[in-house]
Structures are given as structure tokens and as C-alpha cells.
Design a protein around this ligand. Structure first.
Ligand code: 1PR
Length: 586
């Protein structure tokens, strides 16, 4: 019997779903005896290294795991399930690993020394796993094949991690594949005898990931130990693989069913369809549409419940069912947003945002996206920081530790599930400032100059800053996009989704100044959103010349053009690949 080791954190439903899809039965490890009973064991580690080791220790799994591995039966580890095989990790200095592989896990550097550019950490996205090299190239190809890894055509897999194992002496007989991120080469697959483990998530890596899982599941016997003394293969790509994200804004229709919606701008959804307002459009059923995007090659799919500010998200069971169904057939990362916030029932029961996130992760989400609540959290952070310093502070990145009290949803979800699981969705809009007017000093860092886009003054030189909004653009706050971005990074968010109220649904291209401004002010990955109208808009936003800070935009998202079939995901990807960007095409 195949057993899956679950210690209660994060999205492991997706792995269970992929096993079901591949036709394999499995059981969950509940007791240490289950480990000894297993014929094959899969450990999809999630969360931090320390919390994984602590959970294993509390459940009495550590020694059974060591004994299981020593017995020669097949073990497959995924992500932290690979990292626990090592001696320890910088992530949790006091926690000891299983010590099966004689090396340590270390943190990614946030700069690419070779290019003198910033590098986003976590490493989040698709990268190639390239087979290592050693003397016997036929043996290497055969071994790679047996584990679904091609020597001649390395494929992209989905990674999400801030810590990695550098290629070093201790891994030379263990490394089967390495991956390049910026100027760092790290071990992405280890294999020796009965042990096989990947830093990436095969269950989130589309067809390539499913093929690799199937290959491991079909293994019948352990490999004889080989002294390969490997060296890494020269990498084929250095820059991050750019991701194309399909987004589905969903809302309840009059029958209470969730439908995908898309109007021309944020506020049309609030108005009743009448002669003076663009109608809210019903673009189809969320799961069917998401399935279509998965098959067309979307690197990620995001569902945003745009009406969730009205209710408590878990009162909104359709979103959970939607996720359950979507995660059963879609094997790329899923983000879910809308209504991730603390909530108090009319009867006084308090539900923390953490519980909502937990329910979504258990249903198959990989990331939760937080909108309005992030704005309130940064406002609170600034006010606490100002109180702690005894002076008004404008930059939340400088907030002293005393201002971080661990009581926001971002902090709590990030602490429990890791920064990579927390996306903050920003809904900014331009606030133009007349040439002779003063810019509010709090927002000076968010000021840009360019060409006016307002109908009455279009084409004139102008200045503006980006004001944050809440409740899907319905309420503006005294916080700008840079403050929000830097504040949520300080609170522990792992990715930013940057919308633009001015460009949403406009088909006129991404707001490149906004993207550059925000990307240059943080060290976490940025997903550009709003305004895509053609394939060229994607390559424009990926172009390095838009970033004075050397930090690229890692991902771009669109909704309308995909829903209306104006441009397909495949066309966008082919165009960007031809423009020279590393893109997952398999
Ligand atoms: O505040 O935590 O409950 O989250 C609400 C979430 O719902 C936020 O992520 C917010 O951006 C989103 N949202 C709320 N109201 C709307 C609305 O449209 N009325 N949608 C809304 C925001 C932006 C993207 C859109 C892109 C691409 N829509 O979702 O898909 O702009 O569109 P395009 O390619 O067609 O231009 P909370």
C-alpha cells in the first residue's frame, strides 16, 4: 500500500488528487505503525523546515521514518519532504533534519551577483530540472528516464521555496538534477537507492509533473548505489521563467450560483445594468473555464470572489466547493482570493482569517490572495510603528519589530503556511497632482511622471501617485501602492498581485509605470494585472528596460482577453518565447 504522510498543514489535497487521477490508491499515515506498514511512502512536506520536523517529532514519526528509509522501501519527498532528508536548514537553525543526505539547506540570496540585479525570494514559478552530469552519460540518461526526467529535453516544474540545497561535495552522489535560479545552482532532485525527492511540486507541474509521479509510482525496485560524483549541467536559462496567469473574477448570480464576471471597470459591478452603465457580464462557469485555461497552458489560475467583502468567506461554501472540484482536475497552482479576513458572527463567534485560509488550503488552494485586509493591516502597522518610534513614519518597511504583533491575517497565515502561500492583491488608482500642487509627503515615494491618460487632458505631461483602495475599488484610503507593497512584505507576504483600476478591462496594456514602481520597491515576486489586450502587452511588461532596479516582473495575469477568446494563452506564450523570454511551453 502507498501511504501519504500528512501532518495537517497546507495543500496536500492536490497531491492526493493527482494520485487519484493517475489511478493509484493510497492511505494516509496516521500512526508511526503506518510508516512501518507502508510499501511506498510519499512525504509532501509543507510549511517551514522547523515546523515539519517538530510535527514529525510530536507524532513520533522521526525514528520510524529513518527506519523506513533504511529498510530500502521507496520514499519520495516533495519540497520540505526533500529538505528534511538533509542535516539541517538555515530556516530553522535549531531543528535537526533526518540526516540521510550529508548537506544543509540554505537560504537563497536576494541578489543575482552575476547580473548585479535583485532576485525575488521566494523562488516561485516554473524552472527546468536539468540532469546532472557524471562520467557515464548512458547510465545518466537511463536513470533520468526511469524517474521521468529527460536528459536531452529538460522540462519545467513548479517551485515555491525560499531555501535550497546548494550543489556541494555532500550531494555529489545524491543529486540527480539541478536547477538554476539567478546565479545560484541548487539541487532540485535527489535520488539514491530507494530515496527519490524533488524540491519542486510535481502535483502542481501539469503534465510534466504527473508523468514524473507516474514514473516514480511505477518503480518496482531500488537502484543499486552508484558513485556518480556528479557535476551540475550548464544551465539553459538564467532569468526567471515568466508565468502567464489566468484570472477568474467570480460572483454569485441571482440563483446563488458562482459565475465568472467581467465588466469594463471595477465600479460597473456595483451599478445595476441599465442604459447608463455597462452591464455586468456573465462569462461562464468558473470550473469549466479554469479547466480550459489549464489545458491551454496557463501557468497558474486565480479565482477572486469579488463580492466576498459582503459576507464571511466560509459562509460562502460555493467557493470551497468550486475549489474542491477545480483542484481535482487542474494540476497547476491555484490562488483563491476574496474575503480572507477576520470575521465575527452576529452571535459573537470570532473566525480568524487563518481559519479561512486553512479551509482553502485543505480544499486544494496553493495561495490565498488578500486584498482589503492588507490595506488595513499596513495602516495599522504604520500607526504602531509611529507610536513605537515617537514620530510619524511613512515607510512601513522601516517599522521596528515592536510594531509587528503577529495579530494580522498576513502574519498568521505566513507564519503557519509560509510566505509563499500569501499573495496580496493591490487595487490602486492614479491620483493626478497638478503641476503647481504639492504632493502629500507621505506619498512622495509613489509619485511618477508620464503622459496624462484622462480623456480631457490626454497626452499632456502629468504627475500622479497610486492610491490604494479597498472593497474592490469602492473606497479609497490614505495609503499608496509603494507603502502597501513594502508594508505587506514586512508583514510576511510572499507575492504581490498588482491590479490597476485605471487599466482593468481596458485592453490598453499593463500600467508599466505602476509595475516598475512596485517591483522596484520590494524583493518578492510581482504579478502584473489589468489591461492586457494582446500578446505584445505581456512581453512589454516582462521587458527588463522597465525596471530601473534590475528586478523583473515575474508573471502577468489577464482575464477579459482570455474569457472572450480574443487571444489564447498559447498565443501569448509563443509570442513571449519568441521575444526571448523563458516560458513553459510543454
Ligand atoms: O478585498 O480581500 O475581499 O479581495 C477582493 C478581491 O477581489 C481583490 O483581489 C480585488 O482585486 C478583487 N475585486 C474586487 N472587486 C473587483 C471588481 O472588479 N469589482 N476585481 C475585483 C478586481 C481585477 C482582476 C482582473 C484584472 C485583469 N479585478 O481580478 O481580473 O484586472 O482584468 P483584464 O485582463 O480583463 O484587464 P478582498
Amino acid at each position: 500500500m502507498l501511504y501519504l504522510l500528512d501532518y495537517g498543514a497546507g495543500n496536500i489535497q492536490s497531491l492526493a488528487n493527482s494520485l487519484t487521477k493517475l489511478g493509484h490508491e493510497f492511505a494516509w499515515v496516521r500512526t508511526p505503525e503506518d510508516i512501518m506498514r507502508a510499501d511506498a511512502l510519499l512525504f509532501p512536506g509543507v510549511g517551514s523546515f522547523g515546523s515539519a520536523m517538530q510535527a514529525l517529532s510530536e507524532k513520533g514519526f522521526v525514528e520510524p521514518l529513518r527506519a523506513y528509509i533504511a529498510s530500502g522501501r521507496p520514499y519520495m519527498g516533495i519540497c520540505v519532504g526533500m529538505q528534511v532528508l538533509f542535516q539541517g536548514s538555515d530556516e530553522s537553525a535549531n531543528a535537526k533534519g533526518l540526516g540521510v543526505v550529508p548537506a544543509r539547506v540554505e537560504r537563497f540570496s536576494t541578489t543575482d551577483g552575476a547580473q548585479n540585479a535583485r532576485k525575488a525570494v521566494p523562488h516561485m514559478g516554473w524552472s527546468k530540472a536539468e540532469l546532472v552530469e557524471w562520467g557515464d552519460s548512458e547510465a545518466r540518461a537511463a536513470l533520468g528516464d526511469r524517474y521521468g526526467l529527460s536528459a536531452s529535453m529538460p522540462r519545467h516544474y513548479y517551485f515555491v521555496h525560499s531555501y535550497r540545497v546548494p550543489f556541494c561535495e555532500g550531494v555529489r552522489d545524491w543529486a540527480l538534477a539541478t536547477t538554476q535560479y539567478g546565479d545560484e545552482t541548487f539541487v532540485s532532485v535527489v535520488q539514491r537507492r530507494n530515496v527519490f525527492a524533488t524540491q519542486f511540486h510535481p502535483e502542481k507541474s501539469g503534465q510534466a509533473g504527473l508523468a514524473l509521479l507516474q514514473a516514480w509510482l511505477s518503480r518496482t525496485q531500488a537502484e543499486p548505489p552508484s558513485a556518480r560524483h556528479a557535476v551540475p549541467t550548464a544551465p539553459t536559462a538564467r532569468a526567471p521563467t515568466r508565468r502567464i496567469v489566468a484570472c477568474l473574477d467570480v460572483r454569485s448570480n441571482d440563483d446563488g450560483d458562482l459565475v465568472v464576471t467581467k465588466g469594463e471597470s471595477y465600479d460597473v459591478r456595483e451599478r445595476k445594468p441599465d442604459a447608463s452603465a455597462a452591464p455586468v457580464r456573465n462569462m461562464g462557469k468558473p470550473v469549466e473555464l479554469a479547466q480550459r485555461y489549464y489545458e491551454e497552458g496557463a501557468d497558474e489560475v486565480a479565482f477572486l470572489n469579488i463580492t466576498s467583502f459582503r459576507d464571511w468567506a466560509l459562509g460562502d461554501q460555493p467557493m470551497l466547493s468550486l475549489l474542491n472540484v477545480a483542484a481535482a482536475t487542474i494540476f497547476v497552482p491555484l490562488t483563491i482570493g476574496g474575503g480572507i479576513r477576520d470575521f465575527t458572527d452576529p452571535d459573537g463567534t470570532f473566525h480568524p482569517a487563518l481559519n479561512v485560509a486553512h479551509a482553502y488550503f485543505r480544499a486544494g488552494a496553493d495561495k490565498v490572495s488578500i486584498g482589503s485586509e492588507a490595506v488595513y493591516a499596513v495602516e495599522q502597522l504604520l500607526s504602531r510603528a509611529s507610536a513605537a518610534r515617537g514620530e510619524v513614519m511613512f515607510d512601513p518597511a522601516d517599522a521596528p519589530d515592536a510594531a509587528l504583533q503577529g495579530d494580522t491575517g498576513i502574519e498568521q497565515i505566513s507564519h503557519k503556511y509560509g510566505a509563499q502561500a500569501v499573495v496580496v492583491s493591490i487595487d490602486p488608482k492614479r491620483v493626478y497632482v497638478d503641476a503647481d500642487a504639492e504632493v502629500p509627503c507621505a506619498h512622495a515615494a509613489s509619485l511618477v511622471s508620464g503622459v496624462d491618460e484622462r480623456p480631457a487632458t490626454a497626452g499632456q505631461p502629468a504627475r500622479w501617485w497610486y492610491q490604494c483602495t479597498v472593497k474592490g475599488g469602492r473606497e479609497a484610503r490614505d495609503l499608496d501602492a509603494v507603502q502597501l507593497a513594502r508594508g505587506v512584505e514586512r508583514l510576511g507576504a510572499g507575492e504581490l498581485l498588482i491590479n490597476s483600476i485605471d487599466r482593468d478591462g481596458s485592453n490598453s496594456g499593463f500600467d508599466l509605470q505602476l509595475m516598475d514602481l512596485v517591483r522596484g520597491s520590494v524583493n518578492i515576486p510581482v504579478v502584473a494585472s489589468s489591461g492586457a489586450g494582446c500578446a505584445q502587452h505581456f512581453s512589454e511588461v516582462f521587458a527588463a528596460r522597465h525596471s530601473a532596479h534590475g528586478a523583473p516582473i515575474e508573471a502577468a495575469l489577464a482575464a477579459g482577453i482570455f474569457h472572450r477568446r480574443e487571444v489564447s494563452i498559447a498565443e501569448v506564450k509563443t509570442y513571449c518565447a519568441q521575444a526571448g523570454y523563458d516560458i513553459r511551453l510543454d
